[in-house]
Design a protein around this ligand. Structure first.
Ligand SMILES: NC(=O)C1=CN([C@@H]2O[C@H](COP(=O)(O)OP(=O)(O)OC[C@H]3O[C@@H](n4cnc5c(N)ncnc54)[C@H](O)[C@@H]3O)[C@@H](O)[C@H]2O)C=CC1
Ligand SMILES: O=C(O)CCC(=O)C(=O)O
Length: 416
């Protein structure tokens, strides 16, 4: 994944004619933190995990990005995802740099008490490198508002009451209206813009989803509300399809009860991995990374792929999609609604003020549409695909901020 994120960066860097030296500066993470987490299981045994926080860039503001709890979490994955956060925050023009992290654990193997203790131990180990003006974590795969609340509580023991240290918190603990739905809602807003540019409407399209967690379920819900037909959904345990369109509210309720879309009675079951090559207009990968590869890219039948997940497409697959005329809406644009509303949450925490849901949705829509327009304009003037355009826009914004911080700097002095 690390090589892939660098490959996408370099595609844009080539268009911009960046020197190797500047590439090196922009790609090198500021700080990589790796910590051992020793806790006790419910049976009194020692359990060991490794936690990571990779801080990529602070040029445009405090570093920002989610925490993932998954067996795949390692230094390379966290570094690649931290790097993506730097470009994502620049694409939506929120005042942050990029970071990412997590713990290499399988939360399904842990009790709530164990998860709580592991989380608090992690916070104790990284407390000196996070903070409301330093680095602000948020939810990602297998983390949620409850865990963000624990993080805030634990950090506040060291630093005093600090709601701004983390976003995606519960509403009654100074979380924000609209954060839970934000990433999925943002995906839908970007899809609407893409379809508008093609003189199509969201009511005309069929959509297939891989992943039905926070991002996938809210994206499906908001698309269905606007009239899109969600014809297939696959997750870690199975898939369900309905050519007439799945009832998404019922599917959400089923998943909340059963932990998966598998065996949902409102559709036909299928092998989950088949969802990527489903017969549909729009494919939304909304689960893990590296799922669209050279091995399945030729079989994808959608004409638009909206990357709700981070890094779902390998560069080889991306090349195949380009050749086949399949439009890929890149992660650093498509899923940036989450970090955008995280910014609103942090701003509310700092101001000790609350925004209503209507204002959050309006501002989110405004940010996403502006970001799409800016990326589409670069794609047109430079004659490049949307991913390269998004990277160009982001690199320019980060680069200009870096040089403005030290106006007479040469590349070697770019602030980091
Ligand atoms: N939560 C957020 O605000 C943001 C999340 N993202 C990205 O969106 C993606 C999904 O994140 P969340 O929805 O937050 O996570 P989540 O933990 O709420 O949901 C993950 C979903 O992926 C499915 N999944 C896991 N393994 C799978 C497999 N092998 N095959 C098919 N499906 C599988 C799960 O069943 C679940 O439906 C990730 O790539 C994440 O980095 C991006 C921006 C913000
Ligand atoms: O809300 C945030 O701060 C970050 C969300 C995130 O991890 C992501 O956009 O990939």
């Amino acid at each position: 994944m690390l090589e892939e994120s660098r490959a996408y960066f370099c595609r844009a860097a080539n268009v911009l004619g960046l020197s190797d030296r500047v590439r090196d500066i922009l790609l090198t993470p500021l700080r990589i933190v790796k910590v051992g987490l020793i806790t006790e299981s419910d049976e009194g045994k020692l359990i060991k995990h490794t936690g990571y926080r990779v801080q990529h860039s602070r040029v445009r503001g405090p570093m920002k990005g989610g925490l993932r709890y998954h067996p795949s979490v390692d230094e390379d994955e966290a570094t690649a995802l931290a790097n993506l956060m730097t470009w994502k925050t620049a694409v939506v023009d929120v005042p942050y740099g990029g970071a990412k992290g997590g713990i290499n654990c399988d939360p399904t193997d842990l009790s709530e008490r164990e998860l709580n203790e592991i989380t608090r131990t992690f916070v104790g180990q990284i407390k000196d490198v996070i903070g409301p003006t330093i680095d602000i974590p948020a939810p990602d795969v297998n983390t949620n508002a409850k865990i963000m609340g624990w993080i805030m509580d634990e950090y506040s023991k060291y630093a005093g009451f600090s709601p701004g240290v983390v976003t995606g918190k519960p509403l009654h603990l100074f979380g924000s209206e609209g954060r839970e739905e934000a990433t999925g809602r943002g995906v839908t807003i970007v899809l609407e813009e893409v379809l508008r540019s093609q003189k199509q409407s969201i009511t005309d399209v069929t959509v297939a989803f891989q992943g039905f967690g926070n991002v996938g379920s809210f994206a499906a819900r908001t698309m269905a509300e606007l009239g899109a037909k969600i014809v297939a959904v696959g997750d870690h345990a199975g898939g369900v399809s309905n050519p007439e369109g799945l009832n998404i509210d019922e599917l959400v309720a089923w998943t909340a009860r059963h932990g998966s879309v598998a065996k949902f009675p409102g559709g036909d079951a299928f092998e989950s991995s088949d969802v990527l090559t489903w017969d549909c207009d729009v494919l939304v990968p909304a689960a893990l990374g590296d799922v669209l590869t050279k091995d399945n890219a030729e079989d994808v039948r959608a004409s638009i792929i909206v990357e709700a997940a981070n890094s779902p497409t390998t560069p080889e697959a991306d090349e195949i999609f380009r050749r086949r005329g399949i439009l890929v809406v890149p992660d650093i644009l498509a899923n940036a609604g989450g970090v955008t509303v995280s910014y609103f949450e942090w701003a509310q925490n700092i101001q000790q003020f609350r925004w209503e849901l209507g204002r959050i949705r309006h501002e989110l829509s405004d940010h996403m549409r502006k970001a799409y327009e800016a990326v589409a304009a670069v794609a047109k003037t430079r004659d490049v695909d949307l991913r390269t355009a998004a990277f160009i826009l982001a690199i320019q914004r980060v680069g200009e901020a870096a040089l403005s911080r030290r106006p007479y700097a040469e590349a070697k002095d770019l602030p980091r």
